[in-house]
Design a protein around this ligand. Structure first.
Ligand SMILES: Nc1ncnc2c1ncn2[C@@H]1O[C@H](COP(=O)(O)OP(=O)(O)O)[C@@H](O)[C@H]1O
Ligand SMILES: O=C(OP(=O)(O)O)[C@H](O)COP(=O)(O)O
Length: 485
């Protein structure tokens, strides 16, 4: 396994001895000064330079346990939001509750839902509210319409949502206005009214205060459960909170924050992050942020070729971002400095063209011929990644290991999905951070066993980059500070 430690192949006995000494020190009880000694930069980098991932991880892990980062504490603070579960029957019975959900599900050409995950994910919050006698005014966007566009109507959502809730959901043909107000007035306690696509109004994405006020005027209080849209400061996700109190987080939003912020900032260790996808440029923020928190970082996907080239390897016709070579070098150096075991694949599956029927072969990472492009990680890399993952207690995964859309180059990605499923079964916390990795996990049929699968691609990326989401920031603070803080 190539590593950020400049992959030393022949290690001096002294380095190995120092590694073990550092690890032994880390294992020594605090009162004897073992951890303090192991946390010395020299001890950590020796453990790392010795190329012994398990020992280096152990040392790094112990060091982090001793000194949780201020950044982690700040991130936890974003979670301390009032939750829908804090609202009692007295708060809710007979009240009109504006619920922003993300019902932006894929539809086929006949308007059939091809994946209802986001609808199912919205159910617990709605169920709770109607169970307490609230009147739910449900709002969502669908797609990115420019004005009123029938193919982006939320009408196809109604049958499935009704089925899941066990009640007939009513549907408004507009978002605001007298007709909608009439429907709201007629809504019984425990009823649900789905408003039309909120993006049919351009004011939504502009976060227009007047529009936000009109939305707010329909209700008495606000619940945001639209995690997939929480990174957007729109009228229905952010603006409306200025006019409705309380404004609280729904169960889905809370769960996403608990995993993508909570479990990532205060993980059970060792903590591994797997980052793949096409380009290093789109994952810089995530990698930099995770380097502050994880013990092991496994890299795959198209981005690895920029790292190889930065290390002087030939990459043939593989995807490379020439302007990110220095960045790749600095990320490798940062991993070393932080004591993170950064692992790059040692072998790759290469293709003679970018196509599902390309000719392919597996070669060492150092032997990619001219004209060939790497489209997947190879079996040796899968074995090394699996061995590293076997040492972990928490794993977060964002981005495929290869061009998994082509069966021939999906093996590495599917192997990671299977490994995480296996680890999940053994009690390891497994978090799938949105985007294509979710599709991969679903393709392999192991979605149900993961600890958490994010319902938002862009939103989860932003959270993993350490950013705060406007739709979360705008919500009321929890009254009781969480014990983890
Ligand atoms: N070696 C590779 N060369 C080119 N593209 C790749 C390679 N590995 C993965 N990809 C592509 O990366 C895409 C996903 O990248 P990205 O959007 O960054 O990830 P995510 O959606 O998980 O955030 C997939 O379409 C996949 O085909
Ligand atoms: O599908 C969504 O995000 P995602 O594609 O990043 O998972 C959300 O519904 C947000 O949609 P938007 O990116 O049009 O604001």
């Amino acid at each position: 396994m190539a590593s950020a430690a400049a992959a030393p192949t022949s290690l001096s006995l002294a380095a190995r001895a120092a590694t073990r000494a550092a690890a032994a020190a880390a294992a020594t009880p605090l009162r004897r000064g073992g951890l303090a000694a192991a946390c010395q930069p020299a001890a950590r980098s020796l453990a790392f330079a010795a190329g012994d991932a398990r020992l280096a991880v152990h040392v790094a892990s112990r060091c982090r346990q001793a000194a949780p980062s201020a950044r982690g504490t700040r991130a936890m603070a974003t979670m301390a939001k009032k939750s829908v579960g804090d609202l009692t029957e007295a708060d809710l019975a007979g009240k009109r509750v504006f619920v922003r959900a993300d019902l932006n599900v894929p539809l086929d050409e006949n308007q059939n839902i091809t994946d209802d995950t986001r609808i199912r994910a919205a159910v617990p919050t709605i169920q709770y509210l109607i169970g307490k006698g609230a009147k739910v005014i449900l709002s969502s966007h669908l797609g990115r319409p420019k004005g009123v566009t029938p193919k982006f109507s939320l009408a196809p959502i109604v049958p499935r949502l009704s089925e899941l809730l066990g009640i007939q959901v009513q549907k408004a043909d507009d978002v605001i206005g007298p007709e909608v107000e009439k429907l709201v007035s007629a809504l019984p306690n425990g009823g649900v009214l789905l408003l039309e696509n909120v993006r049919f109004y351009k004011e939504e994405e502009k976060n227009d205060p007047e529009f936000a006020q009109k939305l707010a005027s329909l209700a008495d209080l606000y619940v945001n459960d639209a995690f997939g849209t929480a990174h957007r400061a729109h009228a229905s996700t952010e603006g409306v909170t200025k006019f409705l109190k309380p404004s609280v987080a729904g169960y889905l939003l809370q769960k996403e924050l608990d995993y993508l912020v909570g479990a990532v900032s205060s993980p059970k260790r060792p903590f591994a992050a797997i980052v793949g996808g096409s380009k290093v440029s789109s994952k810089i923020g995530v990698i930099e942020s995770l380097l502050e928190k994880c013990d092991i970082l496994l890299l795959g996907g198209g981005m690895i070729f920029t790292f190889y080239k930065a290390q002087g390897l030939s990459v043939g016709a593989s995807l490379v971002e020439e302007d990110k070579l220095e960045l790749a070098t600095s990320l490798l150096a940062k991993a070393k400095e932080k004591g993170v075991s950064l692992m790059l694949p040692t072998d790759v599956v290469i293709a003679d063209k970018f196509a599902p029927d390309a000719n392919s072969q597996t070669v060492p990472a150092s032997a990619i011929p001219d004209g060939w492009m790497g489209l997947d990680i190879g079996p040796d890399s899968v074995a090394s990644f699996n061995a590293a993952l076997d040492t972990t207690q928490t794993v977060i995964w964002n981005g495929p290991m290869g061009v998994f859309e082509f069966d021939k180059f999906a093996v590495g990605t599917e192997a990671v999905a299977k490994k995480l499923a296996e680890l999940s079964g053994k009690g390891v916390t497994t978090i799938i951070g949105g985007g294509d990795s979710v599709a991969a996990v679903e393709k392999v049929g192991v979605a149900d066993v993961m600890s958490h699968i994010s319902t938002g691609g862009g939103a989860s990326l932003e959270l993993l980059e350490g950013k705060e989401l406007p739709g979360v920031v705008a919500l009321d603070e929890a009254v009781v500070t969480r014990s983890k803080l």
